[in-house]
Design a protein around this ligand. Structure first.
Ligand SMILES: [Zn+2]
Length: 172
């Protein structure tokens, strides 16, 4: 391991999996230390070369890997030497958390500002406006619509927001 990132940390793991998938995680986990070519990475990790290349590209885009080009003096061919910079995962995680936080805040506002009705048969959920327009009968299946108390959902969203805020706060 050539970096100080805990790949078993569930938050880190989830973030990496979202970016590069299982095979990508395997590349990161088993990548040889120092500068290395994509072919060598493929050999060492046992991951197909095109998947290694795709993984490196995504990591590069997210500033988690960098490369140096070297020209072979005889053949004139360029060789790309790759290095992982997984320490940057911290800032990526913070950015991801901010995005998630924004989505949750929008959702919270939506839940607070609206009344919901839910179909007792198919489970579809409607805003008050839609429910009243159809006389509280499900437009999809014709069953009765019941008022839905979303207090528990609101509490869950708030709790989630609190968790993320304290995590970001701890990183800042
Ligand atoms: Zn229904």
């Amino acid at each position: 391991m050539n970096f100080l990132v805990d790949l078993n940390n569930p938050v880190v793991r989830e973030c990496i999996l979202k970016l590069v998938g299982e095979e990508g995680l395997k590349v990161i986990r088993n990548m040889p230390p120092g500068e290395v070519t994509d072919e060598r990475i493929s050999e060492v990790t046992g991951v197909l070369l095109n998947i290694v290349r795709r993984t490196l590209f995504i990591l590069y885009e997210n500033r988690l890997a960098s490369y140096r080009r070297e020209r072979d003096t005889n053949s004139g061919w360029l060789t790309y030497l790759w290095t992982l910079n997984m320490d940057n995962i911290e800032s990526l995680l913070t950015a991801e958390s901010r995005k998630l936080l924004k989505n949750l805040e929008t959702r919270l506002e939506f839940e607070r500002d609206n009344m919901f009705y839910v179909c007792e048969s198919c489970g579809r959920r409607y805003l008050f406006e839609t429910a009243s327009e159809s006389s509280f009968v499900c437009p999809a299946c014709g069953a009765r619509l019941d008022f839905e108390d979303n207090k528990a959902l609101i509490a869950t969203i708030k709790k989630r927001i609190g968790e993320i805020e304290s995590r970001i706060g701890a990183r800042a």
